[in-house]
Design a protein around this ligand. Sequence first.
Ligand code: SF4
Ligand code: MG
Length: 332
Amino acid sequence: RETLVEVRNLKKYFPVKGGLIQRTVGHVKAVDDISFDIYKGETLGIVGESGSGKSTMGRLLIRLLDPTEGQITFNGQNITKLPNRKLRPLRKQMQMVFQDPYASLNPRMTVGELIEEPMIVQNTMKSAERKAKVIELLGKVGLNEQARMKYPHEFSGGQRQRIGIARALSTRPDFIIGDEPVSALDVSVQSQVLNLMADLQDEYKLTYLFIAHDLSVVKHISDRVAVMYLGRIAEIAPKDALYSEPLHPYTQALISAIPSTDVTKKREKIRLEGDLPSPSNPPSGCSFRTRCPKAHERCAIERPELTDMGNEHFVACHLYTNEDGTKKEIIH
Ligand code: SF4
Ligand code: MG
């Protein structure tokens, strides 16, 4: 299996200003030393509450934000510090679909212009070719040719997201980041857009990073899922393992909160105490310990690192390692 995106020890710290002269008094560690790979053709789901750093992570990967530290490799090329001039030819290979199609589409441009714009920026096609491509893409996302002359406000939320997807596809990308692309849509429309994204993935051999705040949204579309908490990955695993045998107490709580359709498999809902701590002042040791039902002494002292439990299942929790860092055997 080939790797498309390789992330190593990635950090993004935002300064926090305070006091009369607004000097830097601390940092929000939005992304705090994260490493993982995204394989070609897969969908990696990333789930976390707001403040977990998942959107920052997405923006770092396609260099909409500059990392504080760490390394990002895309298709074998280290892009961590590439200047804008050198990023431009790569930009067409990585696109983003945003949560809010209302905010991300310029209301004064027609749908045809919106889909054509990234192709104009890339400057690799003649006008007639671009026009033909717009019509083709509208068809691919389930809109008719007449949509070209209309404006975004004339469409429903789900249709607008289809327009956003067509726009993202216009440069023939390899990699698409969906930053909560269905969160603003009605549940019935969500599944239509998810199905469309899955079909387009097969047709265009796309690799997806799919960001969501809720495990149920990424369940069907993902091959693997990562759970983030306060700028760190708590657990990352193939989808089936993550949903059927979650290891991290945070993942276990999130999964217990998904309403089960299968009455024979009713799980007890695990309630998390307290709120998400301030990302500028996270707890020592394991940042989840203030809400963890299984927190113990070691959790306040030592930060758990992601540990390979086998079968591509990684977890960052002291329940699964010995004091010397070696992994414990999981007893099923
Ligand atoms: Fe809970 Fe400790 Fe594991 Fe953190 S390291 S998730 S506090 S048991
Ligand atoms: Mg898929």
